[in-house]
Unconditional design. Structure first.
Length: 459
């Protein structure tokens, strides 16, 4: 997403600090004697080549697919890999900031250097678990950088967290009925951000206030349409369009009054206007139904982009509609240009959210307690237990001090936990917390002693 105001993947503070708390000066008092090969400095090159989680492999496949068939004049898409960047940052040989870790990763991957403002923007997005497409197409040799969906949080928890507006939670006490799996959500988000890279019109058209929000609405509608196009092109049926429409329309309608109360100069003030993209999505569905889904899947991305622009131009919000919608959010009065739009948003929200039952509320409370109490252990104690478990498995593979074996066990556990996240919703908060700990645990499996604390950002 191209602006500071975004709805996807803003999450709780505890999960956001995935890169924090790393200290230098690490030693392994329990490793025993190690061979010279075991203790040789690890490099980013080794991580880039040998550390390939399922999520990393999926990013690589998706990147290759996009770059195989880009429309003319579009820069290559480059995905940032949470797993590789976090692993490099967490090492004693690694850099002191996330910005530098990202810069190292991108240089190793593309052969190019990126300026500090770009690296800072990327670090901010990754630290807040915020998917984002950063278009850099000023020169033909550029690239479009995409921060993907963080592969360690469920759809339910990511979506619920996005409703928080300051101290207001419009989703409190409610249950979401949108039948979107965590995988479907991740695939849609990643495709959405990738389609920002294909946008040569709306992403360049900026502005302030309500006028800027109308322009942003075009960019987000284009990316939403592109996101579901990718899913359908890859085998999803047309219900994906209904889910994506419900995803943003429900959020926009329920958060609208809270956003309208934020200061006018705030990025959030018009945010619920920006993401009212449902009319374009439903128009796409009607078009596909008319032409047939098999014929639609034969279109290449140049043809898909042309269709996307055509639909977005016809169905994006006009200034009058946006103004009337914002007036409704501020006053509760739906008149004129907003009447039909509000009625549609209200109907979608009513079908997508209901009041939570007592049993559902109790289950949520239990899950939150289990995730927060850590079995009565401190976070440091949990990290130590995690480290010992990883060491034991590394010994089974060959050596607890072999960097290759350390990477293998880290990859095994990461993939296992993410598989559990997809299979077992009842324990998703606990699993998310375990993934967070694993992500910032030193891949060398050594306790950290002394030394300056690494910063999340800065020089």
């Amino acid at each position: 997403m191209n602006k500071a105001g975004k709805i996807l993947l803003t999450t709780t503070a505890s999960l956001a600090l995935i890169f924090a708390g790393s200290d230098g000066g690490r030693t392994d008092s329990g490793a025993g004697s190690a061979t010279a090969a075991d203790t040789a400095p690890a490099t980013l090159t080794i991580i880039m080549q040998d550390y390939n989680t399922t999520a990393s492999q999926h990013l690589k496949s998706m990147e290759a697919d996009f770059n195989r068939s880009l429309p003319s004049g579009i820069s290559p898409v480059v995905y940032l890999d949470y797993d590789k960047i976090a692993t490099w940052f967490g090492m004693r040989e690694g850099p002191s900031t996330v910005e530098k870790a990202i810069g190292d990763y991108l240089t190793a991957k593309t052969g190019r250097n990126y300026n500090p403002p770009t690296l800072s923007l990327l670090a901010k997005a990754m630290n807040s678990l915020d998917a984002e497409g950063i278009v850099m197409q000023k020169d033909g040799a550029g690239s479009c950088l995409v921060v993907p969906e963080y592969p360690g949080i469920s759809f339910d928890n990511a979506y619920a967290a996005s409703f928080l507006v300051g101290q207001t939670d419009p989703l409190a006490g409610k249950t979401v009925l949108i039948n979107l799996s965590t995988k479907e959500f991740a695939d849609f988000v990643n495709a959405h951000e990738s389609w920002h890279c294909l946008d040569i019109r709306y992403m360049q058209d900026t502005g302030d206030g309500l006028e800027g929000a109308v322009k942003q609405n075009r960019a987000e509608m284009f990316a939403d349409i592109g996101g579901v196009m990718e899913g359908i092109r890859n085998g999803a049926d047309l219900t994906l369009i209904d889910k994506a429409a419900a995803l943003h329309a429900t959020w926009a309608f329920l958060t609208g009054p809270a956003h309208a109360k934020t200061p006018v100069e705030s990025d959030k003030h018009f945010e619920s206007v920006v993401y009212s993209t449902q009319n374009g999505l439903y128009a796409l569905k009607a078009r596909i139904e008319k032409m047939g889904i098999r014929n639609f899947r034969k279109l290449d991305r140049e043809q898909l982009r042309t269709l996307d622009y055509e639909i977005t131009d016809a169905h994006c919000l006009t200034y009058a509609q946006a103004q009337a919608l914002q007036t409704y959010y501020a006053t509760g009065e739906a008149a004129g240009a907003a009447a039909h739009l509000v009625a549609r948003l209200k109907a979608i929200a009513a079908a997508s959210v209901r009041g939570a039952t007592p049993a559902e509320l109790a289950a949520r409370e239990k899950s939150a307690q289990e995730a927060s109490n850590n079995g009565g252990l401190t976070e440091q104690a949990l990290i130590q237990l995690l480290r010992e478990k990883l060491k034991a498995r590394a010994r089974e593979l060959g050596s607890a001090t072999s960097f290759a074996d350390q990477l293998k066990v880290r990859q095994e556990m990461t993939d296992s936990l993410r598989g559990k996240l997809l299979r077992d919703p009842s324990s998703e908060r606990v699993t998310e917390a375990q993934l967070k700990l694993l992500l910032y645990t030193d891949p060398r499996l050594v306790p950290r002693k002394g030394g300056p604390k690494r910063s999340v950002s800065g020089g």
